[in-house]
Design a protein around this ligand. Structure first.
Ligand SMILES: [Zn+2]
Length: 394
């Protein structure tokens, strides 16, 4: 960790504008970097992404440099920019504060949640990441949805209490006196982020002044991860827009089902059982029709060819399997799409259907595939001629 404790983003994480001078420039792997005499741009670290924004050359208002990312390395903070400026250039820097504020809401929210999990379950946060839409954190032990809901409730209570978030710097000699998360054996000063009653954690990120600014924290996904659990969480405006979207989906589903959120599941369940019942009735009628059809077949029937039967496509396999006991060669279903284009479905148990493919290709421009037992595809020609060909082929 680069010790940047003297930097502007620590002195006041709400400061979005500052003046500085370019002190260093570099170009590496097609990326351009500037270092400044001081900065409000937080460098990526501890799961919090680097800040974005602009640099404006003092005295030349139209000269604006975009900052895409900020990192800390080699004891310096580097701003990734779209163009380089000469060393010594005075600038006004402005961070994208709406983005930074959102990131601070996520980060402070994560501390409260992880602090409660650590206190209640003794699990350690072993991974943390915030991206543009969501935040994930990993624990080295599992949590059920019921346990998550309980921690969520308490974490949101901490938000309602609007507790001031304290920052404290302690020296190596003071470290033993403190109990805090992320305890590492470090030969350097430690920055503690303290949320009284909920969490104390060593952290180099930027944080809100009070817990109330987090707005709310909601876990929206849990998945098993490396023997523990990975949670996806949303704080602040992210949580609000997530629930606005969910509510819209619920409204749309409710309109389709003529239901409200309270009876939507009941209506879906009712519809599912109606569908199962209808499927059962259809199968019963199909069987009755197939039995009648089979009764009328001549003994020693070699081939059964059904032209444009009433069956749906997904029923064809079932129909063919049902009838194959009455045909020594194969059962075929032909469905016309128009006068010249047809779909063919062939099923056999003893006859090698692959032997038919070359002739079907030559005579009816067959396009499709299959194996010895099943062939499906498209044909062109007159239905009556195709039927005759299939009946007569040896
Ligand atoms: Zn942190």
């Amino acid at each position: 960790m680069v010790d940047n404790f003297g930097q502007l983003f620590y002195a006041d994480p709400y400061q979005s504008e500052f003046t500085a001078e370019i002190i260093s420039v570099k170009s590496e792997k097609n990326k351009l970097w500037l270092a400044l005499s001081q900065t409000c741009f937080y460098p990526e670290g501890g799961g919090q992404p680097g800040d974005q924004g602009i640099l404006q050359v003092i005295g030349q208002d139209e000269q604006i440099v975009k900052v895409f990312d900020t990192i800390g390395s080699d004891s310096e903070i580097w701003h990734q920019v779209d163009q380089l400026l000469p060393e010594g250039t005075p600038i006004v820097g402005q961070i994208d504060f709406a983005r930074r504020y959102d990131l601070m809401q996520q980060h402070s929210g994560e501390h409260i949640f992880s602090g409660i999990v650590n206190r209640e379950y003794k699990y350690t946060n072993v991974g943390f990441n915030i991206n543009a839409t969501e935040m994930t954190f990993d624990f080295d032990g599992d949590l059920t949805w019921t346990q998550i809901a309980q921690v969520e409730k308490e974490a949101n209570q901490a938000i309602y209490e609007n507790i001031p978030i304290e920052i404290r710097y302690i020296t190596k000699s003071e470290q033993d006196k403190w109990t805090y998360r992320s305890k590492l054996e470090l030969d350097q000063n430690i920055r503690l982020v303290i949320i009284p009653g909920y969490d104390t954690c060593a952290c180099a990120g930027t944080h809100l002044a009070r817990t109330g600014e987090i707005g709310q924290i909601k876990i929206v996904k849990r998945e098993s991860y490396k023997g523990g659990v990975r949670l996806t969480a949303l704080c602040g405006a992210r949580a609000l827009s997530y629930f606005q979207n969910i509510l819209q989906v619920m409204r749309n589903a409710g309109e389709i089902m003529s239901a409200n959120p309270n009876n939507l599941i009941e209506k879906i369940n009712n519809q599912q059982s109606e569908i199962s019942n209808l499927k059962f009735q259809i199968n019963k009628k199909n069987k009755a029709w197939l039995d009648l059809f089979a009764e009328k077949l001549q003994p020693n029937t070699k081939r059964i060819i059904l032209c444009n039967p009433e069956f749906e496509k997904q029923e064809w396999k079932y129909v063919c399997r049902y009838l194959i006991g009455h045909a020594s060669d194969f059962v075929c279903i032909l469905r016309s799409e128009n006068q010249h284009d047809h779909i063919i479905f062939l099923y056999s148990e003893k006859f090698d259907l692959k032997t038919l493919i070359p002739a079907l290709k030559a005579k009816f421009d067959f396009r499709g595939g299959g194996n010895q037992k099943l062939i499906q595809g498209k044909l062109q020609g007159q239905l009556r001629i195709i039927e005759g060909f299939l009946n007569e082929i040896t």
